[in-house]
Design a protein around this ligand. Structure first.
Ligand code: IMP
Ligand code: MG
Length: 187
């Protein structure tokens, strides 16, 4: 089969389907082990939209019972630059939050603002515990100190798309994570 139309905009593949599969298997095992003796429910909180593919694959590999929930927030304005502000577009609406061990599932950590804000927000709202899990981490881009409990892969400062991640809502359905060609976003 020929390369997809969107695939042509990818400079090179950074995390292959095979590697992603190994990452989700490893993280699911870590989660099963770490939450074994926790009381309360485990709630996987998917941060829309970028984390939807990762969460779908990860949740199938976790053996212990989980509930799922969703929030939509944004820190990115136009293009590839962060605005530094976090806006909640879809909030978590649970009456049982004090019984929930919330594991935030994120696609990528860049400035660190989204996850540091969200972790604090959920703690203030009374979650039993809050941990974070990210597929990708770009530590060289941090503007606020933040480290995730689970990290799929640490990557260099490149703008990546695929496996849920977008550039202007495109490329989310690519089955791998690839570096977007600069000519696509630099004019
Ligand atoms: P942070 O608050 O700066 O850590 O932003 C994290 C969010 O920025 C992610 O959830 C993504 O939506 C977006 N983001 C950061 N880097 C990339 C990238 O390389 N490709 C696509 N989206 C990105
Ligand atoms: Mg995102």
């Amino acid at each position: 089969m020929s390369i997809s139309v969107y695939g042509q905009d990818v400079e090179r593949i950074l995390v292959s389907e095979k590697e992603i599969d190994a990452i989700t298997t490893r993280i699911a095992e870590e989660i099963d082990r770490d939450y074994e003796n926790e009381e309360g429910k485990l709630v996987l909180l998917c941060i829309l939209k970028g984390s939807v593919v990762f969460m779908g694959d990860l949740m199938k590999k976790i053996r212990r019972p989980v509930e799922i929930d969703f929030m939509r927030v944004s820190s990115y304005g136009e293009g590839t630059k962060s605005t530094g502000r976090i806006k909640i577009h879809l909030d978590l609406n649970r009456t049982d939050i004090s019984e929930c061990n919330i594991l935030i599932i994120e696609d990528i950590i860049d400035s660190g603002r989204t996850l540091s804000y969200l972790s604090e927000y959920l703690r203030i709202n009374g979650a039993k515990s809050v941990r974070t899990c990210t597929l990708l981490d770009k530590p060289s881009r941090r503007e606020v100190e933040f480290s995730s409990d689970y990290v799929g892969k640490t990557i260099p400062d490149e703008f990546v798309v695929g496996y849920g991640l977008d550039y202007q809502e495109k490329y989310r359905a690519l089955p791998y994570v690839g570096i977007l060609k600069r000519e696509v976003y630099e004019h």
